[in-house]
Ligand binder design. Sequence first.
Ligand SMILES: [Zn+2]
Length: 289
Amino acid sequence: MALSSLRADFYNTPGIVTIPPIPAPGNITTLWPPFTVTLLSSDNEAVLVDTLLTKAQAGSLADWIEDLFPDKRLTYIYVTHGHGDHFLGLSTLLDRFPNATAVATKGTLAHMEELLAEDQTILNEFFPGHQIDFPASPPAEALPSNDLTIDLEGHKLVAVPAGHSDTDDSSFLWVPDLKMAIVGDIVQNGVYSWLAESLNSTLRQKWIQSIDKVKSFQPETVVVGHKQTGAPDGTWTLGATQDYIRLWGSLVDVAKNATDMFQRIKAASPDKSGTFSLWWSCLQQFPPQ
Ligand SMILES: [Zn+2]
C-alpha cells in the first residue's frame, strides 16, 4: 500500500499589543511577537503543533483549519513547551475539535501544570479584558517516555525533549519525512528572543546546546513559533539565534540598567519585531531598584 501524502501548512498571525508594567523606553507600543502554528496533514488526518494564546486567536485558528480541511480529522495537538502562548488556546480548540487529543512530553506537561497553578495576575495585566482562558489543569496528556512518537497515517512524528531553551523542559517535533523541525521557541526568526528565563551564562549555554540538538537532526526546514511576518523558514535561524544569545551575554556584562541594555540590544540587533520580549527580558535581567 502506498504511503499517504504528507504536507505542512502554516497559520501566521500578527503580534499583539502587550502592556509592560513599566513602559518601554520612549513609551513605544510593544508587541508580543507574531505567531506561527503548523498543521501537518495526510490524506484523512491532521496534527496541529501549538495553539496560540487568546480565545480569539484560537477561535480564528479553528476557523482556518475547518475552512482548509473540512473533511480531515484533527487527531492530535502537540504542545512544544509550557509557555502560555503555545497552549492556552487548547480549551477553545478542543471545544471545536472534540476528537483531538492534546499531547506533550512529560516535562512540558509538568511545566504547563506549574503555569496554571500560578497566580495569573501578570498575564491578565499583559493582556487585559479576559482575553485568555485559564483551565484549572492542562487538558492534555503526556506521551509515554518510551515512545515519543505520534502516528499520522503511517508517518512518524517524533517529539524530541530539548531541555532548557527560552524556558525549561522545551521540545521540538521532528518530521523525518519532510526533514522539518518544528521548534516552538527554541529558535527565533526576525523577532527578539525571550531571555527573561535565561539570566545567567549556564542557562544561556543550555539554550545554545538545545539549538545544537536541533542542528544534529540536519533539518532542511526549521519552523519557529515566532517569526517576522513573511520571513522564510530557513536553517540560518539556528545560528542566528545562538549569536543573539551570545550577544545578550556579552552586553549583560557592560550594560548599566534595563534601559541601557534595551538600547544596546536595539543598536546591535535592530529591526526585529516583538519588542515586548526584549523589554521584559531587560527588566528581568536588570530589575529596577
Ligand atoms: Zn512563545
